[in-house]
Design a protein around this ligand. Structure first.
Ligand SMILES: *Cc1c(COP(=O)(O)O)cnc(C)c1O
Length: 375
C-alpha cells in the first residue's frame, strides 16, 4: 500500500455550520426524533425543491419503503424497476411482498430505457407502479418515462438518492414522482451521516407516511394501534447536520462537476467514455465514471485498473451490478429493448474517485494511473 492518504470515491465533507445546529439542539436539550432541526431541514428542503411536502427519515431506504406503501403495493403486485441501480432502490418492494420486474437501461443516460418500459407494459398491462432511479446523479429521460406512466395510469416513485441538485429540462430531480426519495448517507452529495427524506406533492400522503414512521399511533392519550408502524423518523441531531450541509449543496455540486470536467479533458484521447447525459439536463455529477471501449479491454479492463488504483490507496468501484444478475432476484423477469445494456456497462465500467475534498494534484495522480493502464 502507498504511504499517501486515501483518495475516496465520495466521502463526507463537513463545513462547520453543521456543528452550530447540533450545538443548538444540545443547548436546548432537544435531541429527540423531532424538533426544530427536523422541522427546519424539511422546510429548507421544501423551499429548495418547490412545492414538495417533505418528511425527514432515518434513511433513504426507509423513505423508499414508505413510498412503496403509499403507492399501495400489495403481495404479488408487479413493480417495474430500474435494473442498474443500488439494491436499496428495489428491496422495499420485497418488504411489501411485491414482485420486481427489472427494466434495462439505455446508453444515453444509463437510466431506465423508455422503450423497454413500453415493452414491459405490453407484457404486464395491469402494472400500476414504476420505480425509477437517476443513476450517479444523471437525470433519466423523464418526458418519455412520465408520458408512459400517465398513459398506463401508473404511479411513479422517483429514487433521487443520488441526484439531489440535478435538473432535467429546468426541473429539479425529486419533483417528478408522485413520491420521491432522497438519501443523506455518508457517500451522497450531502450527508447527515445517515438519513433520508420522502417527498410528495400530496399533503395527505405526507401525513400518512408521518403516521407510519412514528409507530402508527392513533390520536388517543394511550397507545392505540390499528396499523403496523415503523420507527423511521430522523432525529433532531441528525437533521442539524443536514441543515448545515444544505448550505453547501451547490458548492458540492460545482466541485463534482469540476472533477468530471477534468477527467473528461484528461482522458479524451484514451479509449474510454465518461458517463453520458442528455444536452438539456444538468447532472449533479455525484460520481464520475468511465466505460472502457471494447477493443481496449484486452489492454486495460476495469478490474486491472481498479487494482492499480487500490495499490496506491485510491478507491474506485465497478458500476452497480444490475439487479437481474443478482442471485437474490434470480426468479424475477428482466425486460430489455436492445440486448442487456446494463450487463455490458457493468462489464466495461468503473466509478472513479469523485470526492469533494480531492485536490487537483490528487486527481492528477488518478489520471496518471489511468493513462499508464492503457500505455
Ligand atoms: C444510497 C442509495 C439509496 C439508499 O439510501 P440510504 O440512505 O443509504 O438508505 C437508495 N437508492 C439509491 C439509488 C442510492 O444510491
Amino acid at each position: 500500500m502507498g504511504e499517501q492518504k486515501r483518495i475516496w470515491l465520495s466521502s463526507p465533507t463537513m463545513h462547520g455550520e453543521e456543528m452550530a445546529y447540533i450545538q443548538e439542539a444540545f443547548d436546548k436539550n432537544w435531541v429527540a426524533p423531532l424538533g426544530f432541526n427536523v422541522d427546519g431541514f424539511e422546510q429548507e428542503m421544501r423551499t429548495y425543491l418547490g412545492d414538495m411536502h417533505a418528511l425527514a427519515l432515518t434513511a433513504g431506504t426507509a423513505a423508499l419503503h414508505l413510498a412503496v406503501k403509499l403507492a399501495g403495493v400489495k403481495p404479488g403486485d408487479r413493480v417495474f424497476c430500474t435494473d442498474t441501480t443500488f439494491a436499496a432502490t428495489v428491496n422495499p418492494i420485497s418488504y411489501e411482498g411485491g414482485e420486481q420486474v427489472f427494466i434495462d437501461c439505455e446508453r444515453d443516460t444509463w437510466n431506465m430505457d423508455p422503450k423497454a418500459l413500453e415493452l414491459a407494459f405490453a407484457k404486464y398491462p395491469d402494472t400500476k407502479v414504476v420505480m425509477l432511479a437517476h443513476l450517479y446523479g444523471t437525470p433519466a429521460k423523464m418526458d418519455e418515462i412520465c408520458a408512459i406512466c400517465e398513459q398506463h395510469g401508473a404511479v411513479l416513485i422517483e429514487d433521487a438518492a443520488e441526484a439531489l441538485a440535478a435538473q432535467y429540462r429546468g426541473r429539479k430531480a425529486g419533483t417528478f414522482g408522485t413520491y420521491a426519495v432522497l438519501s443523506f448517507n455518508g457517500n451522497k452529495i450531502i450527508t447527515t451521516s445517515g438519513g433520508g427524506m420522502l417527498l410528495t406533492k400530496e399533503k395527505q400522503a405526507r401525513d400518512k407516511a408521518f403516521f407510519w414512521s412514528t409507530q402508527a399511533r392513533e390520536n388517543l392519550p394511550w397507545y392505540e394501534h390499528k396499523e403496523i408502524g415503523y420507527n423511521y423518523r430522523m432525529s433532531n441531531i441528525v437533521a442539524g447536520i443536514g441543515r448545515g450541509q444544505l448550505l453547501h449543496l451547490q458548492e458540492h455540486r460545482d466541485k463534482k462537476e469540476a472533477i468530471y470536467r477534468r477527467y473528461e479533458a484528461a482522458l479524451a484521447d484514451l479509449p474510454v467514455k465518461m458517463n453520458p447525459y442528455e444536452a438539456d439536463t444538468v447532472p449533479n455529477f455525484w460520481l464520475s465514471c468511465i466505460t472502457i471501449d471494447e477493443e481496449a479491454m484486452a489492454v486495460c479492463d476495469p478490474e486491472k485498473l481498479r487494482l492499480a488504483l487500490a495499490a496506491e490507496n485510491i478507491e474506485s468501484r465497478p458500476l452497480w451490478k444490475p439487479m437481474h444478475l443478482q442471485p437474490v432476484f434470480a426468479l424475477r423477469d428482466f425486460i430489455s429493448a436492445e440486448g442487456d445494456v446494463g450487463s455490458d456497462l457493468f462489464r466495461r465500467g468503473l466509478c472513479l474517485p469523485s470526492d469533494v475534498k480531492m485536490t487537483e494534484a490528487e486527481q492528477d495522480m488518478v489520471i496518471a494511473l489511468i493513462r499508464s493502464c492503457f500505455a
